[in-house]
Each structure stands twice: as structure tokens, then as C-alpha cells.
Write a protein that binds this ligand. Structure first.
Ligand code: TPP
Ligand code: MG
Length: 907
């Protein structure tokens, strides 16, 4: 407890409001002496026991004391326990200065670019975190080697120039690359703005620049390493996950929302470093408070080990001289906004404003000049403090560690950028600032070169370069590096796979088929163990609870209780070797697991295939940015939107009924989305996906809409083009019909369970209106559109060559239409094909908010039921002069459709 903590805990010191002392100095001294004595004689455990006893005693006497969760605003590691820095301070400082310089120069050059590219960049962030990152590079980050699965480092995204700058010294990038920072066209010539494995697949591993996603992904990654170890799949015990996070970024709910997982799972393989430069983009993070203290309380409350690195070594003697605690009190009462002010002020101002608070404080610094006061360092800029914190963090057992490092935004960049509210957006620097930086970091660069912001690389035999290489070699090579494995799986033949999906002719939903397929895969002797089902609760909703007892739910603690259903056929079985990741009601966490599992082929050299099965509504619209991140990460696996369909999931109402995931899925370029109607289609798609991702090594992933409506599952139709059609996005259900016949009559497109309505409509058209129609299953509007779009583009750019035909065109050639499409999705999903369809094309869909009703009523409401499909077909035929338009009003009546019914789009 801080010496100054008040008995009344309402007078919290969390935000720097230190209470006035109430104990007389001699009384206090007596108490402290007793404590020292206890510590000396019996050690820290006895102190902790005594404090607990005192607390109990105080409570029983009516002084309800909750021990302060905050410690004083000083370094957590006392000087005498600080690990000795093993490196060469001078060489490391020089190295760091060079890395700083080139990182800055890269952005300044880009902003001066005569071509007017205006691509931007950030310099102030890395300037604040250089020591944090470089100290880890020289002493901690381990590369992936034969006997070490490597550290996973989530770098702060907009500090990327710093990572490039180091890679330049390492010889992995050349000047030309640096000059092409943020010039990403053509691919592989320049450097991506932020960490993007999609753009730099041999370099970046983890996209981090969407604030908050790096933190949550890193947490689940650390837990995933344990999962691999406990299941005996890979020895990851040496690997550590590091995440470098901004203090402003901490405000994202994803950053803090899952941190209790770290303590619950005892993830001491995880280290977070929060760069507390006290600023975000526009201004201070907590102008009127103290972000470091606030975070200390949060993390400590969540069970993390917290290491504050607040002050540099130059403060040590001053703090030592502070025998009354006055300095610590002053440090606590000054708020962050004021600390930021000191950055842009003179030493004289700081002496008066900070120390001038009392003669006692002024005395502490009377031996220092104004300039020395101004340069008293913050902890995050002191390599000895940072090293000691990392060492303690990596040696701590039983919980993750967060290092809260106090830094200055734009450190060393001079008046123009250091600590100013404009620091974040600073891209160019005046010549004066460049010279200032050169001098400040004592770089051997001429005035002329400095003004031109030229890159600087010392000679290969210089102490700096030798040091850099020696340290990285000792730590197993460069970081970051992305190294996908070449291992490939042999997936069963298509027919075998489809057979395994279950017997035809029985009533089943596609969700049931998915469960069966999953079990089939998991039982495979080869890759079976590498299939990872991920479920954020709701397994019962999907009928997947049988996976629990068969394969077990992963729990690092095994199962410490007897489950209520222990004697049932299906029981809630937790196990240390369990295969299923049951994430609880936490889609963001489950998605983070999906990415950790699905990128294991590249980050750990071990391919694993995640199946993330979730409530479809809580996918794209809930965690869409994490799905985007999965795409950027080149993640593999299957996202399975369970309970899909705005009318198929009928009883849940507006919040749950999803009709737009297919549409949103189409916006993720390397995601293939399918909306299968039948079990054999689903099986074919999964088989092909596995083969493409794990057999051929394609870096793609899948979205599958699966539904909970049971209906008769037919057998795979005969015909050698059916499977091809399923995979390309469309095929005729009856391949035997000739193109000539089809060409003259209406064609009906169905997807998902709305296929049942389409088939019924086909029958009604024939029976009631003597109209023969053919039915097609459209398994993927998105894939059809992508292929059609690419083909159209090629034709556009090759005007003198024979035009190519898209798959859709080859299938629809000779067909005059009309074509009527119906699905349980919004109309735009099927509308994507309009530009590529020559004849009349009518689209029915589920636009508008969903609601709870019977499926029948809902399908009528959204006008996707069989009757609506029939009427849409007759109307289209009438427009083409193939049906008597005067009969349409009567048809409406016969079909029982009320023309005045509410417009579902607005209902
Ligand atoms: C989700 C999201 N919102 C907004 C941004 C834009 N943005 C990029 S950096 C930044 C400020 C970051 O401040 P902080 O986390 O404190 O990092 P610092 O640069 O201070 O180290 C913002 C708002 C973003 N990248 N992601
Ligand atoms: Mg910040």
C-alpha cells in the first residue's frame, strides 16, 4: 500500500488525487519499522499474511478497508531488485538512434515526394516506442528455429516505420524499399503502410492497425499456444506472445474486454507492453487523470502482473533523497495533461510548476540545471528500466504481465513534434528539426544529408551492425518473419467425402450435415487431430453438443467437477486434451481463436483447420473487422454461419434473423462464401475447401451459411459437371434436360432452404398454370459474380481478342429466360448477377427487419414463398408476352397473395 494511502478508500489515488497524510511522522516510522522487521525476518509471504490479518482486523472493527489496488506512481521494480542490464548501452543507443533516424526519414521523404503521392505516415509513435521495441529486439524476441516455435510479436501498427528501419539495418530491406514506404503497387516492390500479411506475406504476421484487434488476438494466441501444448500437437512452451499497444488504443472495448482470460488461463507466456505516451491522435488520453494508474488498477483487478516503468534512472537518486514521500505524492497528484505540458516546456517551467510546489521538492533538484531537469527521462526511454521490466515479465509465473511504460510522443523530434497535440499527424519535418534530431542522437550525418532526410546505414564491420547481427543470431534470427509450411494434406476423394456426409433420402438440415462432416473429419487418422471446432456457446442450438463428449472441450485445468450430465450419453466433458474450443458468449474472442488456429500453418509451421460455428447474425455485423483481419492474415478455415436465413430462423425475431451475411461476405476478397441447399453440396464445398487450403496450400478461407430447417436430402445428381457446378456457384438440378428445352422456358434459381420453396413453385407452375420451369441450385452468387466480373474485365482490356466467357455465361448460354431467383438473403446477393444476365431477371429476397413468426408466414411476408415465386414467374412471363397479363390479378387471388400487404422492406 502506498505510504500515503488514506484509510478511507473513497479518497482514491487512482487519478492522481493523493490524500493528505494523517499519520504523524514518528508514528508512521514505527509502523514501517515493524514491517521492515517482519520482512527481514520472515520474508514477503509473511508481510502479505500480516497485511491480510490487519485487513480482517480493521474490517471487524468497522474500518472497512479495501486495500488499494494502485501502487505509488513510481517504478514497480525497486532499484535494488532491478536486473542488471547485460547489453552495451552505448552501442544500443547508437543503434536505436539510427533506427529512429531512418524511420523518421522514410516518412519525411514520403511526404516530400515530388510525385505528389501524399501517402503519409507516422513518425511520433515509433519515436516514443523505439526503446521499448529495440530493447526487445536486442534481448528478448526469439525467432522460429528447429527447436523453438518462436515468439509472436504484435507490433503497434502505426509504428511500422520503426520495424522497416530495423529490417533495413538487418539487410532484409534496401533503400529502395524504404523509399517506397506506402507505395504498394505493384505488390512486393514497396512497404505496406501498416502490418499487412496480405501485402507483405514474408514479413508481417499480425495485422494490428485496427485498434484493439491486436490486443484481443494476442490474448487468444497465447491461449492457443497452450492448447497446442496440452493436446500434444506441438511443444510451444518456449514461445512468448508480445503485444505492443497504444495507451489510446486501450479504450477500444476489444483491448480490455477479454483480459480476464489471461489470468484465468494463467497465460504467463503473454506480455503486453502499453506505450503510455499519454497521447492519442487528437490530444491526451486522460488529460485530467492518469492512464498508467487507471490501467494498473484494471489489470491488477483482472489478475495480471503489472510492471510500471514510469521513471528513468536519472530519477533514482532524486527519489532516494525523498525521505518524506513528498516527491511521490507530487508525482501522483500531477495529471497526465500536465505531464504532457512539461514535454513542450522549459526546465525552468518544470522546476517552478512541478517542484515549486514546496520548498522540500525544490531542494531535491537544486543541484540540477534547468536543462538537466528538462531532460530527466521517463521510464520507457531508459533501456535499463525497460530491460529489467521485460526480464521480470518473462520470468513471472502464473499470470500474464502488462508493462506500462511512460514515454513521450515524438521523443527526440524537436519542438515541431515532441509532445504536441499535432504530433500524431506529423509527417514532414522542417530542416531545423532534422538537424536537431541529428544532434540530439549524435548521428554521424552531414548537415546536407540531414536536411535531405537521407537514410543512414553504418558499415557492416561497425560495432553497431556487428552487435545487431550477433544479438539476432543468438535469438534465432529476424522477427517478424512469416514462414508458411510446405506440409500438405491428402484429403479423401470427393465421392467418399460426399458419402460420409450421410444417407440421401432422409430429413436433415444442413447444420446436421455439417456436424456429421465435422465428426468425419475429426476421426481422420491423419489430420483429424488438426481440426478445431470453435463455438461461442450455442452448440445445442446447432445440435453439436455431441462433439463435447466425443472430442472433449479444451480446458487447461481438465475437469475439476462432476458435470450434471455425467451419466448421460452426451455430457459436458472438459479435458486438458479436449479438441473443441468453447469460448463462451464471446464472438470477438472466438474469432480471435479462429485467426490463431487458421494462421498456425504460417506462424508455427503447423497447419490446423478451424471450423468456427456461430450464430450467423453475430458474425459479419458483430465481428466484421476481425473477419477482415482474418483475410489480411491469410487465415484458413471455415466460418460457419449457423441458424442462417431471415425466415428459416423464424422464432427469434429482428435481432437474430440474418439475411445479409452472404452479402457482407462478398466484400472480403479472399473469402469464398457459399449458401448450399443440400447436404451433398455442403460436403462437396467442404471437401474442396480442405483440398484447396490444405492440399494445395491456397491462402483462402470460407463462409458457409448453414440452416436449421430439416427436409429431405436428395442424392448427388448424376452427371459429371455437378460437382464443378456446386463449386463454381450454380448447376441445374436436372442435368439431363437439354439446353434447347431450357432455353425456351422459365428458369428458377434457389439457394439454401428456400430451395424447398423453389421446388414447390416449380410443381405449382406445372400443375396450376401448365408452365414448365427448370430449377438451378445457386450455391454461391458471390463466386459467380467474381468470375463474371473478372471475365468482363479481361474482355474490356483485350478488345481485339476473342471474348472469354464466364462460367455463368457458359451455363446460361441459349437461355432466354425469364430467370427468377429466390433465397433467404437480401435481394442484393442475387442482384450481383444482373449485369451478366442477358434475359429478364427477377430477384426475390428478404429485405427489411426480421421478426418472430412461423416460417410460412415469414416467407409470405418477405415474398419468397412458393406462391410468390410462382407469381413472380408468371409476371415475368407476361412481360415477355408469354403469359396473358390480364390473368395476373386472378393469379394473385388464386395464390392468396394480398397486393396491399405491407412492403417488407419498410415493415
Ligand atoms: C479502430 C480504429 N480506430 C481509429 C484508428 C485511427 N488511429 C490510428 S492511430 C490512432 C491514435 C492512437 O493512439 P495510441 O493508441 O495512444 O497510440 P500512439 O500513437 O499514441 O502510440 C488512431 C485514432 C484506427 N487505426 N483504428
Ligand atoms: Mg498514445
Amino acid at each position: 500500500m502506498p505510504e500515503t494511502a488514506a484509510a478511507d478508500t473513497h479518497e482514491s489515488d487512482v487519478n492522481g488525487q493523493a490524500p493528505a497524510p494523517r499519520l504523524a511522522p514518528d508514528e508512521l516510522a514505527e509502523w514501517l519499522e515493524s514491517l521492515d522487521d517482519l520482512l527481514d525476518r520472515h520474508g514477503p509471504a509473511a508481510v502479505s499474511e500480516m497485511l491480510a490479518q490487519l485487513q480482517t482486523r480493521a474490517s471487524s472493527r468497522g474500518a472497512s478497508v479495501v486495500p488499494g489496488i494502485n501502487t505509488p506512481y513510481v517504478n514497480s521494480i525497486p532499484l535494488e531488485f532491478q536486473a542488471k542490464f547485460p547489453g552495451d548501452r552505448t552501442v544500443e543507443r547508437n543503434l536505436r538512434s539510427i533506427v529512429r533516424w531512418n524511420a523518421m526519414a522514410m516518412v519525411v521523404q514520403a511526404s516530400r515526394n515530388k510525385t505528389g503521392s501524399n501517402v503519409g505516415g507516422h513518425i511520433a509513435t515509433f519515436a516514443s516506442s523505439a526503446c521499448l521495441v529495440e530493447t526487445a529486439q536486442n534481448h528478448f524476441f526469439h525467432g522460429r528455429t528447429a527447436d523453438h516455435t518462436g515468439d509472436m510479436v504484435y507490433f503497434q501498427g502505426h509504428a511500422s516505420p520503426g520495424m522497416y528501419s530495423r529490417a533495413f539495418l538487418e539487410g532484409r530491406l534496401d533503400e529502395d524499399h524504404l523509399r517506397k514506404f506506402r507505395r504498394e503497387l505493384p505488390r512486393d516492390t514497396g512497404l505496406s503502410s501498416y502490418p499487412h500479411p496480405w501485402l507483405m506475406p514474408n514479413f508481417w504476421q499480425f495485422p494490428t492497425v485496427s485498434m484493439g484487434l491486436g490486443p484481443i488476438c494476442s490474448l487468444y494466441h497465447a491461449r492457443f499456444l497452450r492448447y497446442l501444448e496440452h493436446r500434444g500437437l506441438l511443444d510451444t512452451s518456449k514461445s512468448r506472445v508480445w503485444a505492443f499497444i497504444g495507451d489510446g488504443e486501450i479504450d477500444e472495448p476489444e483491448s480490455l474486454g477479454a483480459i480476464t482470460l489471461g489470468a484465468r488461463e494463467r497465460l504467463d507466456n503473454l506480455t503486453w507492453v502499453v506505450n503510455c505516451n499519454l497521447q492519442r491522435l487528437d490530444g491526451p488520453v486522460r488529460g485530467n487523470g492518469k492512464i498508467i494508474q487507471e490501467l494498473e488498477a484494471i489489470f491488477r483487478g483482472a489478475g495480471w502482473n503489472v510492471i510500471k516503468v514510469v521513471w528513468g534512472a536519472d530519477w533514482d537518486p532524486i527519489l532516494e533523497a525523498d525521505t518524506t514521500g513528498a516527491l511521490v505524492r507530487r508525482m501522483e497528484e500531477v495529471v497526465d495533461g500536465q505531464y504532457q505540458k512539461y514535454v513542450v516546456e522549459t526546465g525552468e517551467y518544470i522546476r517552478n510548476d512541478f517542484f515549486g510546489h514546496s520548498p522540500e521538492l525544490l531542494k531535491l533538484v537544486e543541484h540540477l540545471s534547468d536543462d538537466q531537469i528538462r531532460h530527466l527521462r521517463r521510464g520507457g526511454h531508459d533501456v535499463t528500466k525497460v530491460y529489467a521490466a521485460y526480464k521480470a515479465a518473462t520470468e513471472f509465473k502464473g499470470a500474464p504481465t502488462v508493462v506500462l511504460a511512460h514515454t513521450i510522443k515524438g521523443y527526440g523530434l524537436g519542438k515541431e513534434a515532441e509532445g504536441s497535440n499535432k504530433a500524431h499527424q506529423k509527417k514532414g519535418l522542417q530542416e531545423e528539426s532534422l538537424l536537431h534530431m541529428r544532434d540530439r542522437f549524435e548521428l554521424p550525418i552531414s548537415d546536407e544529408d540531414a536536411k535531405a532526410a537521407k537514410f543512414f546505414k553504418p558499415a557492416d564491420d561497425s560495432p553497431e551492425m556487428q552487435y545487431l547481427h550477433k544479438h539476432r543470431e543468438a535469438l534465432g534470427g529476424f522477427v517478424p518473419v512469416r514462414k508458411p509450411t510446405q506440409e500438405r494434406w491428402t484429403v479423401p476423394a470427393m465421392e467418399t467425402f460426399i458419402d460420409a456426409a450421410g444417407e440421401a433420402g432422409k430429413d436433415r438440415s444442413t447444420t446436421m450435415v455439417l456436424t456429421q462432416t465435422l465428426k468425419y473429419l475429426m476421426r481422420d487418422k491423419g489430420y483429424g487431430k488438426r481440426i478445431v471446432p470453435i463455438i461461442p456457446d450455442e452448440a445445442q442450438t446447432f445440435g453439436m453438443e455431441t462433439l463435447f463428449s466425443t472430442f472433449g472441450i479444451y480446458s487447461s485445468k481438465g475437469q475439476l467437477y462432476t458435470p450434471v450430465d455425467a451419466n448421460d450419453m452426451v455430457s459436458y466433458k472438459e479435458s486438458k486434451t479436449g479438441q473443441v474450443l468453447m469460448e463462451g458468449i464471446n464472438e470477438a474472442g472466438a474469432m480471435s481463436s479462429f485467426v490463431a488456429v487458421g494462421t498456425s500453418y504460417a506462424n508455427l509451421g503447423l497447419p490446423l483447420c478451424p471450423f468456427y460455428i456461430y450464430y450467423s447474425m453475430f458474425g459479419f455485423q458483430r465481428v466484421g473487422d476481425l473477419i477482415w483481419l482474418a483475410g489480411d492474415s491469410r487465415c484458413k478455415g471455415f466460418l460457419c454461419g449457423g441458424t442462417s436465413g431471415r425466415t428459416t430462423l423464424n422464432g427469434e425475431g429482428l435481432q437474430h434473423e440474418d439475411g445479409h451475411s452472404q452479402l457482407m461476405a462478398g466484400t472480403v476478397p479472399n473469402l469464398l462464401a457459399y449458401d448450399p441447399a443440400f447436404g451433398y453440396e455442403l460436403a462437396a464445398i467442404v471437401r474442396d475447401g480442405l483440398h484447396r487450403m490444405y492440399g494445395l496450400g491456397e491462402e483462402i478461407f470460407y463462409y458457409l451459411s448453414v440452416y436449421n430447417e430439416s427436409y429431405v436430402q436428395p442424392a448427388l445428381p448424376a452427371g459429371d459437371k455437378v460437382v464443378e457446378g456446386i463449386l463454381k456457384g450454380l448447376y441445374p438440378l436436372d442435368p439431363a434436360v437439354s439446353v434447347k428445352d431450357r432455353g425456351k422456358r422459365p428458369q428458377l434459381f434457389g439457394s439454401g432452404p428456400i430451395m424447398t420453396q423453389v421446388l414447390k413453385a416449380q410443381q405449382m407452375l406445372a400443375e396450376k398454370y401448365k408452365v414448365t420451369a427448370d430449377v438451378w441450385s445457386v450455391t454461391s452468387y458471390n463466386e459467380l459474380k467474381r468470375d463474371a466480373q473478372s471475365t468482363a474485365r479481361w474482355n474490356w482490356l483485350h478488345p481485339s481478342e476473342t471474348p472469354r466467357q464466364s462460367y455463368l455465361e457458359t451455363q446460361l448460354s441459349g437461355i432466354a429466360g425469364p430467370i427468377v431467383a429466390a433465397s433467404d438473403n437480401v435481394q442484393l446477393v442475387a442482384e450481383q448477377l444482373r449485369p451478366y444476365i442477358a434475359g429478364r431477371y427477377v430477384v426475390l429476397g428478404t429485405d427489411g427487419f426480421g421478426r418472430s413468426e412461423s416460417r410460412e408466414a415469414l416467407r409470405r411476408h418477405f415474398e419468397i414463398d412458393a406462391e410468390s415465386i410462382v407469381f413472380a414467374t408468371l409476371s415475368a412471363l407476361a412481360k415477355d408476352g408469354q403469359f396473358d397479363a390480364r390473368k395476373l390479378p386472378q393469379a394473385l387471388k388464386d395464390l392468396g397473395i394480398d397486393p396491399e400487404k405491407v412492403d417488407p422492406q419498410k415493415a
